[in-house]
Ligand binder design. Sequence first.
Ligand code: PGA
Length: 256
Amino acid sequence: MTPDVRPLVAGNWKMNGTRAALDQIKAMAAGVDGPLAEKVDALICPPATLLYVATALSTDSPLMIGAQDCHQNAAGAHTGDISADMIADCFGTHVIVGHSERRSDHAETDHLVRAKAQAAHAADLTAIICIGETAEERKSGQTLDILKRQLALSVPDGATAEDTVIAYEPVWAIGTGLTPTVEDIEAAHAFMRAELASRFQAAGRTMRILYGGSVKPGNARELMAVENVDGALVGGASLKASDFLAIYNAYEALTA
Ligand code: PGA
């Protein structure tokens, strides 16, 4: 955790969820509607097909709804893409950009990720910018170099603590059940905090840095307690309301 920084527990449903999954959104909206919401933010990023209904189902709840990607342009001839404005129009508040699955499946570069984050900001969305090293990069000792480069190139100038969230997701930890050690996470987050503070000064000292990669109810409390870990980006364990809420509620003990 970072002093005076409000944690964010964010769920990324990826390409999972049909209308049947809206019951999970309803349960999450109800589940986060309690005293902890005064201290901790909760966000779910369902597939774009469910975005509008999901926001409608959570209007009376502190649960926020976001998208998983946006195009870098505001509008135009880009078949199959969605713009940041469209997300805002569905009452989405956040958009994930540069997830490693987009970087690998769609060859997204740091340059493109930065343009997407700028598009998000132009639409008044908070951009959740994902970075993280692969297994090979980690083995060859390049983790901090990769994080430095991805932060420098993917995060736009002028990013603020309100409009930008960093998500550190080691690629090898995503969906594998593996996580770095607490010491490794602490070192990576301390490094990113120093990088952000030197580039963005006060904004960099309070910009949220989430950890993502195999966060589950069983490890959430330990991982979220790490210094400079300001929440989680959760994939698999965000699909079921009971798991997502258990991760969110890990903050009960941490914020008591
Ligand atoms: P996971 O995914 O929690 O299933 O490992 C995390 C992510 O890709 O955001």
